[in-house]
Design a protein around this ligand. Sequence first.
Ligand code: CTP
Length: 364
Amino acid sequence: MVCTPNALDFITPLTLSTLSKKSVFSNFFVEETGEWVNHVELGKWADAMIIAPATANSISKMATGRCDNLLIATYLSASCPIFFAPAMDLDMYQHPSTATNINQLIDFGNIELPATSGELASGLVGMGRMCEPEGIFQIVTDYFEFSNSLAGKKILVNAGPTHEKIDPVRFIGNYSSGKMGKAIANTLAERGANVNLVLGPVDTQGLSPKVNVTSVVSAQEMYDACNAIYPSCDAGILAAAVADFTPNEYSNEKLKKGNDNDFVLSMSRTKDVLASLGKSKLDHQVLIGFALETQDELNYAQKKLDNKNLDFIVLNSMNDKGAGFAKDTNKVTIIEKNGKTHYFDTKSKKEVSKDIVNLLQNYL
Ligand code: CTP
């Protein structure tokens, strides 16, 4: 066990070692003996490293490599999977620098143990509470149980919105952030799959470096990229919010408003990416779609499942609190082609991605 100098203001090494019956290191030297603590050996010895709580300070040092204590030295030397559990006060957690640092750690291939909402040390209530120990235990044990469970499987995921260009300065788009599809791609990669993510025009922040990304802008590009990749895949999970219509004409010059009070844009239907994959799908291939509905949800989702030849469909209702675009949580219902329906509670998109991938694994 390694703790930072600041952690010693909260708890003594004696308490930690008495309760855990393990050695506790906090300095580069053992004071009594003057012996050097070999952080390289510690980092290489471990099968996993769990940094909990990971304060805003430690997270920023991990992101930049500022190595001024034994914990960060050990972290930089470790070659095992590294898990970190952000824990800090509400405003610190919401600060853009914290979000950037957490994304940087994920980009490095570290695994986030997501913070939850609840009572914080300051007495405020909100996001920033450390993932509960039971949650940490679950995520770490799942990681090792599932880490190679999708090895050798090639999986297509699409995510994000599409932008349909009108002129050099305007487009038609939607509010999709791509967060759900990115979470799915990360979960698949954590389980050893070879993941190809076709991503609409959103940033790649928070994506595991193990995910191969093809960036696209329009519905037609999304269609072409997915149709090129899917034939060699074992499964496809299509989470993108693809535009249903695209302008018939693109103006090379910026359209001027002139004296008109009305503007009529002529548009035509885009190709349905998911339906096209459903048509070409081979027996061994699995295909999963999403449905975003505002009314008569189960009925409409069931129709999409049948019409697009899917194995299962993930339904988001815009009527559910905690579900929808750009949120970090989602509430889904999954309908399988055999008629089985699974209702889930509101969860982080990461947790939802695991529910989806767990079900996919039954099909593969
Ligand atoms: N989809 C697609 N290509 C399109 C439109 C939708 O691949 N041109 C996919 C989405 O990625 C999603 C599923 O089809 O997996 C359902 O999308 P949704 O927007 O809920 O429904 P639509 O099929 O577009 O039907 P409607 O707009 O009538 O609800």
